[in-house]
Write a protein that binds this ligand. Structure first.
Ligand SMILES: [Zn+2]
Length: 100
């Protein structure tokens, strides 16, 4: 068994065809919510969050302009605040319901 089945095609980026990570898993599309790249989508390995050493990473969207970033970050922060409030409300409602 000397022949290796691994061969890289010369034109891997042909527009269509979902990229694969080096580990063989299909890349997944995620959205970044960091201050530097809010709302910007990227492709990464599906094991990315599992602490594996997969470092496959590729931006899908172009970088957002300064103004766009500022607006998205403001909306993101507002969204986080509202979600927290909502959680508090639901937990209060739930606990009062369970008392009945
Ligand atoms: Zn991987």
């Amino acid at each position: 068994m000397s022949s290796s089945s691994y061969h890289s095609s010369s034109s891997s980026t042909g527009g269509h065809g979902w990229p694969n990570c080096k580990c063989g898993s299909k890349a997944v599309m995620e959205t970044s919510w960091t201050d530097d790249n809010p709302g910007r989508r990227f492709l990464g390995c599906r094991h990315f969050r599992e602490g594996r050493k997969c470092k496959f990473f590729e931006w899908v969207d172009d970088e957002i302009c300064k103004r766009g970033k500022a607006v998205i970050i403001a909306l993101r922060n507002e969204n986080i605040k509202l979600k927290l409030k909502m959680k508090q409300c639901t937990s209060i409602t739930l606990s009062s319901v369970s008392l009945l």
